[in-house]
Design a protein around this ligand. Structure first.
Ligand SMILES: Cc1ncc(COP(=O)(O)O)c(C=O)c1O
Ligand SMILES: N[C@@H](CCOP(=O)(O)O)C(=O)O
Length: 465
């Protein structure tokens, strides 16, 4: 499998290349040159497979030429052996048609672990095959990617990780899950700005060729293709459990950076019978406006009880736009240049209608989110986190045919947001035993302005102020 950049000017790469490169050198995102095709028989053959065996079958075409089945299986076993549930991503039924796909049984209690545990092992394997410079991972987080990435690479030889989070805008549990990891290769930076500022700084560092000559940069955000590849697996795993290929399934996905739902789009492109992907946003609703009215324009970010989705500029939307532009990289590059300049583009009706064959979108306000958390707790016996509630609220409003099961991606454990959960539902969401002392652990992080120059100087100085 070869990967090409959405902006067309960077060299194509194999799987190892895209995993270690992250963002393409032309500022674009890597995508597979072709979507692998799974026939009905291929999908039927997944029935009854373990999560690891499903992962090998689904990811095989994406790693071809780089990893054989045994190597891939070893990496998956190492990654998913860290999960607290035998099914890795279990399905929980709420009523006749609604299901939760629990993606939070990994070490840091959010769906990010599914991909990042694997990515940590991929980095280790690929770096051990060469005697290159250390990898300096630079990442941005609105709360969950940070701890999952840190957990995946803390203490690993040949890797430094610098993680930027918006100061005061993540939950205390999320912050502590990052800042209490004291390994020497972990560097947490609280920036005076939003997640969008953090992500823009990360991308600008990748686009600074001099800085990139001094440091071999690596990405753990979903700009890294390997992240999305690993997330495709659970769409197949869930759909097959609910009757695919003989039955269509819809997914409702709480969305911020458009990574998780893009993995669902990839699954559909590969042949999985997905009836619809519901893009559920909070009041930071750029994706809702884009998909429902063509208005992809950046507004101000409003802090909410679902802080990990307090995002305006959704990196992976570029990957969808690339397909909507007929994979014409020059046309997409011009559109992205316009967006970067004016922070607004209008999506044509034709493109919007094409997207609407796969995606629908809902914007969920704080009252609907809270009502859904209470419904889940009181009527379905499930205490859910605010992000999951946004997905479930959108799922319950769907007008899809009644015989289509709707799976909401449960993206975080409620214990990551104990204040919101207890205020809204009156229920406690205790941390699992292994994190019980999180509040008494020592924290280490630096506070810096949202300035690329300052952060680059910090990295150049060997993580010193
Ligand atoms: C708990 C949680 N739910 C949903 C999302 C949205 O996922 P994505 O950015 O892949 O759209 C995130 C982070 O992005 C998250 O941390
Ligand atoms: N919600 C994310 C934001 C970063 O998204 P990513 O999927 O691109 O890493 C977070 O929790 O950090």
């Amino acid at each position: 499998m070869r990967y090409i950049s959405t902006r067309g000017a960077a060299a194509a790469q194999d799987f190892k290349g895209v995993t270690l490169t992250g963002l393409a050198s032309d500022g674009g995102l890597y995508v597979p040159e072709n979507w692998p095709a799974f026939s009905r028989e291929d999908i039927a053959a997944l029935a009854g497979l373990s999560y690891v065996d499903t992962a090998v079958a689904v990811m095989r075409p994406f790693v071809s030429g780089v990893l054989d089945d045994q190597a891939l299986k070893n990496l998956c076993e190492a990654a998913y052996g860290q999960f607290n549930h035998a099914a890795v991503t279990p399905l929980v039924q709420l009523d006749e048609r609604h299901f939760l796909l629990e993606l939070f049984h990994g070490p840091t209690l959010a769906f990010k672990d599914v991909a990042l545990q694997l990515l940590g092992h991929l980095f280790e394997k690929f770096l051990s095959e060469e005697k290159g410079q250390d990898l300096t991972i630079v990442g941005a987080t609105s709360g969950d990617t940070g701890s999952a990435a840190i957990s995946a690479v803390a203490g690993r030889a040949g890797v430094q990780i610098v993680m930027l989070h918006p100061n005061g805008r993540v939950s205390e549990v999320q912050r502590r899950q990052m800042t209490t990891v004291l390994d020497k290769n972990v560097h947490n930076v609280a920036i005076d700005g939003s997640f969008d500022d953090a992500q823009a700084i990360v991308k600008a560092m990748f686009n600074d060729s001099d800085f990139r000559k001094r440091h071999r940069l690596g990405a753990v955000n979903s700009i890294n293709w390997a992240r999305l590849m690993a997330q495709i697996v659970y769409y197949f795993y869930a759909a097959v459990r609910l009757g695919a290929p003989d039955r269509k399934v819809a997914f409702s996905v709480p969305t911020g950076n458009f990574g998780d739902v893009f993995a669902g789009y990839a699954a559909k492109k590969m042949g999985l019978p997905v009836e619809k992907l519901i893009v559920a946003t909070n009041i930071n609703d750029i994706l809702y406006r884009a998909l429902s009215a063509g208005d992809y324009s950046v507004g101000n970010v409003t802090p909410t009880d679902a802080p990990s989705m307090d995002i305006q500029i959704s990196s992976n939307f570029e990957r969808l736009l690339f397909d909507l532009h007929g994979r014409d990289a020059a046309s997409l590059a011009a559109t992205m240049a316009q967006f970067e300049q004016s922070r607004a583009i209008q999506i044509s009706d034709a493109m919007r209608q094409q997207a609407a064959t796969i995606f629908s979108s809902k914007r969920i306000d704080p009252d609907e989110m809270a009502a859904t958390m209470r419904w889940a707790s009181d009527k379905a016996g499930q205490v859910i986190d605010p992000h999951t509630a946004i997905g479930l609220a959108a799922a319950r409003e769907t007008d899809l045919p009644k015989d289509v099961p709707v799976v909401t991606l449960a993206t975080a454990h409620p214990a990551k947001f104990p204040d919101a959960v207890s205020r809204i539902t009156g229920k406690n969401a205790p941390l699992p035993h292994r994190l019980a002392d999180l509040y008494s652990r020592e924290e280490r992080y630096v506070e810096l302005p949202a300035s690329r120059q300052t952060i680059q100087a910090y990295i150049d100085a060997g993580f010193q102020l």
